[in-house]
Design a protein around this ligand. Structure first.
Ligand code: F0G
Length: 347
């Protein structure tokens, strides 16, 4: 029998360079499904796998980095952690800080985070500060808080976050036996694309992969500073998770794209929503709108026939029930009469 999964830090401790005696705050994150997508594969003429990061404990990939960032903060004697967030980082920070017995404060753009994420931060007991500004301004405030107060910043400007998130690349190679040809991923603050590239490089360096994928990152067209080559002052997209105009890991994203022979490109909200609905209907995967940017990008740009492709689906669709309900028609209520019910079903 396989030993039970121990969370990403314990599973990959040596590769992450984490000291043997550092206690790890874990919710057993990682080990997420790499799901073959038959209909998507057929549509694009390639072998496409979906990395289902919504299966992490708080419903997004953020848990991979948060376990390490919170463990290190605790190890250094921190009493409080703080982050700015479009929602998922705050949900993850609230959960891991709570588990560690640390105070957690989160700054979020008022009115622009999905309901489920706000609920998570609040139920886990974080001090939630709604700021009348966008993510970029909230992150600037968090940087100042980190400089002027005794709090550990757990945004992806903290290298422990990036290191932990690299484990998703390890898992992909472990599952496929080698790196794929293409790696498609949504880009917001650009920490994740940076982390995946570092992960693939590390696995190649230690001989667990023989090759490297082309890294292709996708921003939303209204929030695409890397594509434009300049910050976007007022980013706008229905994919609120990636509504970011001045990504902290801009340089990391550029490096991943250029070193790997990939690119950073944009997809429109319409393309994102089409991919979101396709994934739910055709592949039975309910992901966030931001997550669907990776698949929207694949559908838009295509790949050479027969390529092996991984698309990262970064967060769970249940995070944003409002967006989901906007894509469907809610049926009216009926009296409990057999004929009426049968007719409604189409029998
Ligand atoms: N997908 C989802 C669901 C996200 O929550 C994020 C980022 C991204 C993609 C983009 O990842 O920032 O590493 O390029 N969410 C951050 C947050 C900004 O605060 O939760 P990135």
């Amino acid at each position: 029998m396989r030993p039970p999964w121990r969370g990403v830090v314990e599973e990959y401790r040596a590769l992450l360079g984490v000291e043997d005696d550092l206690p790890i705050v874990s919710l057993l994150e990682g080990n997420t499904p790499l799901l073959f997508a038959p209909r998507l594969s057929e549509r694009v003429g390639a072998e496409v796998h979906l990395k289902i990061e919504g299966a992490n404990p708080t419903g997004s990939f953020k848990d991979r980095g948060m376990t390490l960032a919170v463990s290190k903060a605790l190890g250094r004697g921190a009493e409080a952690v703080v982050c700015a967030s479009t929602g998922n980082t705050s949900a993850s920070a609230a959960a891991y800080a709570g588990r560690a017995g640390l105070t957690c404060a989160v700054l979020i753009p008022a009115g622009h985070i999905a309901l489920g994420k706000l609920a998570q931060a609040l139920v886990h007991g974080a001090r939630v500060v709604q700021v009348r500004a966008n993510f970029d301004a909230a992150l600037a405030l968090v940087r100042r808080l980190g400089e002027e107060h005794a709090v550990a910043v757990v945004n992806s400007i903290n290298p422990d976050r990036i290191a932990g998130q690299a484990t998703a690349a390890f898992e992909i190679v472990d599952a496929l036996g080698d790196a794929p040809d293409f790696h498609f991923v949504p880009v917001g603050n650009a920490g994740n694309v940076t982390a995946y590239w570092k992960g693939y490089l590390k696995y190649k360096e230690v001989g667990r992969a023989s090759r490297l994928p082309a890294m292709v990152g996708f921003q939303a067209a209204g929030a695409d500073p890397i594509v434009r080559g300049q910050p976007v002052a007022e980013p706008e997209t229905i994919a609120t998770a990636i509504r970011i105009g001045n990504p902290a890991s801009w340089a990391g994203a550029k490096a991943a794209a250029s070193e790997s022979g990939g690119a950073i490109e944009a997809v429109t909200d319409e393309e994102i929503l089409a991919a979101y609905c396709f994934l739910a209907r055709e592949e039975s995967v309910f992901c966030e709108a931001a997550s669907a940017a990776s698949v929207a990008g694949l559908l838009k740009r295509g790949v050479p026939a027969g390529s092996k492709v991984v698309c990262v689906l970064t967060g769970h669709g249940l995070k944003d029930p409002d967006l989901a309900m906007g894509q469907v028609t809610v049926p009216e209520a009926l009296e409990p009469e057999l004929d009426a019910v049968a007719r409604a079903i189409g029998l």
